[in-house]
Design a protein around this ligand. Structure first.
Ligand code: FEO
Ligand code: CA
Ligand code: CA
Ligand code: CA
Length: 583
């Protein structure tokens, strides 16, 4: 950024020290409260969370799901709004008293713990409160009716016995981070969908040796969620195309609880992290997206039509038609900056032909990862969230870590991914040529190389803006506030030992994008990840997600304390003096 940009940006709080406590720590002058937790009832008929049983399939479907992740706040007035939040996965060690999914009832309960929760909130006496049974409250789960739209809808690859049209899908799960459109809809992004499928039968050869299944990690073994023995939809031998109906960005209208969520296939099928929406100066809508897996890529969608602020209805299907691109970073040895270009993923261009395995654009989109390799995209260190600056054409991405970097032939060390066996992660940023988000060229540099300067003297010490006082590992959640402060959330190693000594629990930091200064703002409870953030329009409240406290039976009782079952929660943070958070 130019040195003059945001020169007056104020980050006014006193940074806090790392710790390993089982609570939330925020700076002096700030306060936090729990807004909502896994299992809180939000629909008629819902019952209070029962720690003895952790609920049933029915009660879970009427309550907030597990593992809240990305979220957006939609305002309905100064003191009223609706929050849409992803429920990424379920912690079986807490969801089930015996820790296992062993029946169709268990499967339905787990499926109901996934998806998206939508609920109204109101500020009363200065405190934001969940409104149980409010009009817009809604649960979207693994079993909610959805529509597939865009260029891949109706493709043979998306057809199943239950849906011979390839246009009607059932549900969403492993929804990681999110996006928010200027026409008021919520985008939920399907990430690690592959592990939910499996089979006890032997797979037909064309399924077992399918290159796309291999690239996306779809196998007979699955990831141990154990849905396929009880719900044939997840049995690969019975429904080999069902996994192709996941890995999409899904658009939801939070203002209409009867609306059908829409899977937007034009945005590609990857393990989506978030979907950062920018309206370019010329009106084209640009969506930046990361694919979170070791050695995967960064993508950009550019809408064919333009956003029309005066005609909201006309914007509703902007995400169905446009061009998908994948990033190639040019690197010069030893340089922490360089050029890059966006490579078009359009059938018939850049080698994406029938001979290369892509019959049509639908196949390019269903097998986006394979297409990205054909065009020569750069392998990255697990792209997580992408955040665009609110007023300047500059875009940041968290590259969380990558144990494979430097050890696999397709993952040699490169400019934006400069360290072998990268345990700390980095934040890379780029500026589109001419400040035009639709341009094919960009320049990039490294904003922060996380590391441990108390242990290391080499590249693992991190960049100059990483100090013993602000060090962290595995940046993941990332977003700008209205004023241009960059908020960073971590999903890293919380052992506080060895390479991670001095870093404590997962945390949230605030960075000045101009100076590079980074200050620690929040430390989470034991064995949690900090993920998901949203601001009220007055920026006096920030909602933050505390995901999986006490995972793998670690000793957390957050948020209730005592000997309570730990529960993923959303907290509301504000200043005691009523000022703008972060300022
Ligand atoms: Fe669900 Fe890539 O984090
Ligand atoms: Ca994440
Ligand atoms: Ca992560
Ligand atoms: Ca997570």
């Amino acid at each position: 950024a130019p040195a003059s940009a945001n020169a007056g940006l104020r980050i006014g709080f006193t940074p806090i020290a790392a710790n390993s406590l089982d609570t939330i720590t925020v700076p002096a002058g700030y306060q936090w409260r729990v807004l909502a937790s896994w299992g809180d009832a939000i629909l008629p008929g819902g019952t209070a969370f029962d720690p003895a049983t952790r609920g049933t399939a029915i009660s879970q479907g009427l309550s907030i799901g597990d593992n809240n992740d990305g979220m957006s706040f939609f305002s309905l007035g100064a003191d009223h709004g609706v929050i849409a939040v992803n429920n990424e996965y379920a912690n079986y060690e807490y969801l089930f008293v015996n820790g296992r999914c062993n029946s169709i009832e268990d499967t339905r309960k787990a499926q109901a713990a996934h998806g998206v929760s939508v609920f109204e909130v109101r500020r009363m006496g200065g405190v934001w409160k969940l409104q149980p049974q409010a009009r817009l409250n809604r649960r979207i789960t693994t079993n909610t009716d959805m529509r597939l739209s865009g260029p891949a809808a109706g493709s043979a690859l998306l057809k199943t016995q239950a849906d011979p049209t390839g246009t009607v899908a059932l549900g969403t799960f492993n929804n990681c981070a999110n996006g928010r459109t200027p026409w008021g809809t919520y985008l939920t992004c399907e990430e690690n969908f592959n592990g939910y499928f499996g089979t006890a039968e032997s797979l037909p050869q064309n399924v077992a040796e399918n290159a796309a299944f291999k690239r996306y990690g779809i196998s007979a073994k699955g990831a141990g969620l154990n849905w396929h023995p009880f719900d044939g939809r997840f049995d690969l031998a019975k429904n080999p195309n069902e996994p192709n109906r996941f890995g999409w960005v899904v658009e939801i209208d939070p203002m209409d609880p009867t609306s059908t969520p829409i899977k937007r296939t034009a945005l590609g099928r990857i393990k989506h992290e978030n979907a950062e929406v920018v309206v370019n100066a010329d009106g084209h809508v640009v969506v930046y997206m990361g694919d979170d897996e070791k050695g995967e890529h960064i993508y950009k969608f550019v809408s064919a039509k333009k956003f029309d602020a005066k005609n909201p209805k006309a914007n509703r299907d902007l995400l169905d038609e446009g061009t998908l691109y994948v990033a190639r970073f040019t690197t010069v040895d030893g340089k922490a900056q360089g050029d890059g270009e966006w490579l078009e993923l359009t059938h018939g261009k850049n080698g994406l032909t029938a001979e290369a395995g892509f019959k049509d654009q639908a196949e390019v989109l269903v097998h986006t990862r394979l297409a990205a390799t054909v065009v020569g995209a750069t392998t990255m260190d697990r792209p997580e969230w992408i955040a665009a600056h609110p007023t300047q054409a500059q875009v940041y991405v968290t590259l969380t870590n990558n144990s494979d970097r430097g050890t696999k032939p397709n993952q040699a060390v490169n400019g934006p991914n400069p360290r072998a066996k990268n345990v700390y992660g980095q934040i890379v940023r780029w500026t589109p040529k001419g400040n035009d988000h639709t341009a094919n060229q960009f320049t990039w540099d490294i904003f922060a190389l996380a590391g441990n300067p108390t242990l290391h003297k080499d590249a693992y010490a991190g960049s100059a803006n990483i100090t013993p006082d602000n060090m962290f590992n595995s940046p993941d959640g990332l977003a700008f506030d209205r004023d241009g402060r960059l908020w960073i959330q971590t999903d890293g190693d919380y052992s506080n030992a060895k390479d991670f000594a001095g870093m404590g629990n997962n945390q949230m930091l605030c960075a000045n994008p101009v100076t590079g200064d980074i200050k620690r703002f929040l430390v989470g409870p034991v064995a949690c990840e900090i993920t998901g953030m949203a601001f009220t329009p007055d920026h006096k409240t920030m909602f933050v997600g505390i995901q999986h406290p006490g995972e793998k039976l670690a000793a957390s009782h957050f948020p209730q304390g005592g000997d309570a079952v730990p529960r993923s929660s959303i907290i509301a943070i504000s200043r005691r003096d009523g000022g703008v958070v972060g300022a």
